[in-house]
Design a protein around this ligand. Sequence first.
Ligand code: GDD
Ligand code: MN
Length: 374
Amino acid sequence: MTLRLGVVLPTYNERKNLRGMIQRLDKALGGIPWEAIIVDDNSPDGTSDEARAIAQEDSRVRVIQRIGRRGLSSAAIEGMCATAAPVVAVMDADHQHDPELLPGMLAAIESGEYDLSYASRFAEGASTEEWGRPDRVKASNFANKIANKVTGVELTDPMSGYFMLKSEVLRGDAHRLSGVGFKILLDILATVETPLRIKEVPMNFAARAEGESKLDRTVVFEFLVGLYDKWLGRWIPTRFALFGTIGGLGVVVHMAVLAAVLGLFGEAFKVSHYPKEAAFIAGQTTAALVAMTFNFVLNNELTYADKRLRGFVPLCTGWVRFLITCAFGLLANIGAATALVRLGFNPYPAAIVGIVLGSVWNFALSSKFVWGKY
Ligand code: GDD
Ligand code: MN
């Protein structure tokens, strides 16, 4: 019996849903040789242990337990690369995707007529009634529209998390996928060079069985990041773009704090010998600290959401390291700009070069020293 289908189940806190999922796969896939690859991001509810318990009794089930990592997209990619099956599917592990659709999707690909098949929530004959989330339906429709515009992919539901494709197609382009966010299908469609022949299957998108959705809070943000990544990410890497944007916001914060300190406490400094300088030094120092802290927090939440530092001690160490990193960035900034001015450059363009250089330094250092495995 040659393996025909690998089913990737990315999981985060799905312990109670797993056993039922495997039973349903077994039932739906009847005579088809299949295996399931559960990719769990070390869920606190013990999903990995449950997956191993199931796998002990059923060797078609395999487990990848990722430590210190998060993300649906990257989990799906790793799972898809971990099977020897010629065709691989990805689906939710929470019973929202009906496994009964798998044989039809597989037949479409095995017939040689299609490279990819996917289940759509918005195709003719599909339904989202049971889901009971009109807000999410609206948001998904909106996201699908933007996705069509930016990527030129014309499907009824490129946001779907339920799809199947030839694994060699996936492996051929896996290194070019962004792995950011959770719009993995859209990512594949926008990345592969040769156009894929796609079979669309309408689905009845059910309500989640146990537990809750993980994608509510960050849906929009990760989606935008994903689009950016595909659109401009090749020229300016996404992380650096985020880091730079947050840096720009930091400048605004800095100015606001400086103005506030000068406005509020300017009077108080009049008693000293150098009222203006004293007020400015106090304002500039406070502003720089507040702005750096602001940058640290936002970068921790957004730019490095996947490596986010949590807990009091890691946050404090991270913060101090970030401040040190910024000091190095500042040295690079001032050094480069001064050198240019000495060479006869106009101070303003020189300042800009300094800022860009300083940011690159900050970015490079902090990605290693603050959010990396140092
Ligand atoms: N390994 C891993 N890591 N798995 C994850 C992560 C993660 O960080 N986040 C979510 N998952 C798993 C969940 O455990 C579930 O099996 C599946 O990925 C989908 O996550 P849900 O949290 O259930 O997503 P949803 O139901 O809100 O979103 C649905 O609609 C989206 C489009 O609007 C899903 O069908 C998505 O796949 C789809 O993109
Ligand atoms: Mn779900």
